[in-house]
Design a protein around this ligand. Sequence first.
Ligand SMILES: [Zn+2]
Length: 398
Amino acid sequence: MTRQTLQDLRLPKALIGDLARFDGAEDAVFLRGDVTVENGRVTGMIPAPATDAGGAILLPKFTEPHCHLDKCHTIARMGHTGGDLRAAIEAQRADKANWTDADLRTRALRGLSEYAAAGTRLVRSHVDWGDTPEPPRAWSLFLELASDPSGPALHLSALTSIPQMVDPAFAQTVARAIPEGHALGCFVYGHDGIETGLRHVFDLAARHGLPLDFHVDEGLDPALNGLEAIADMALATGFDGPILCGHACSLATRAPTEVARIADKLARAGIFVCLLPTTNLYLQGRRDGTPIARGVTLARELSTAGVRLVTGADNVRDAFCPIGRHDPIRSLELAILTAHLDPPLDRWLRMITTDAARALGADPGLLNGAPLDTLQIADARDLTGLISGAPLSPISLY
Ligand SMILES: [Zn+2]
């Protein structure tokens, strides 16, 4: 057995897991002391004197629960001048004429290298399924990228739509093309046939052992309530895999009693909700003048009701959002500002670490027992410094 000690570090208590062998000094949301390591894994903490130069933060590498590597970094060639969700969908559809193998691979690898540089260990990217049931070219290409063990792990989610999944033959062809570890996704936007489409999605996910990932209610029309339909289907079927619902914008337009009812169902079903502030801020609440609505879901109400939240970059430099970064810390920073996610910030740090991984059906990556190569050191002394962009280093360089 090899033993090591990492001297004088702060560990966020919310990310440790079993605290039994962590005997450090209490310091706000942290335990501070020397971290013990056996065979390359964190095993505990022992008390140690604080040093002037020490006290940096040890934390898991991040998880990105929601991005679009097939669309990223396309804005410069589009000539797109803004607009709402529909305008973005049309502009991005026209750009697909440029999606050669080399173009898709180059942009996706750029996105993945940006995630690696931002301290990310796991990325879920949606892939537009296209108009036919057979997998699009991007799906096959990105599965090849996902098999590369270097860089962040890549999980894919097939981005279909309710009108497609209402057709059982279409739905079955999609589900069969999704290997273990990747997800079945669906765009739910006030369509006809939501219940039928969702039933097919849930049945196929259960049969094939696939996690679920929805783009749901990406608009502020109160008539949009796919979120409750998903929660109802989850409760009715007893689906036991992870379910992630991105956007849920229209929840913000509902009466408090309806919000409470829907939030309770989401909590009981164990559904994760993903805040996607960049794209929501850019596309929602558009009018002739400056926007007033923020467009994001009711994060605070959901959290209070016991719904676990995560946050992601969503669109980076494409028709849906002309700016952005593949950087989970930036996503969290923006979520905190947009949704008033107040201190203490350790509960929100879960949105890009442990809970983000759970939402994907992955190991949460808690510090207790974690391999050192899944961890990183932030040159910060508190969480406001970390989330404001403190430098991050892998353990090997520390
Ligand atoms: Zn998205």
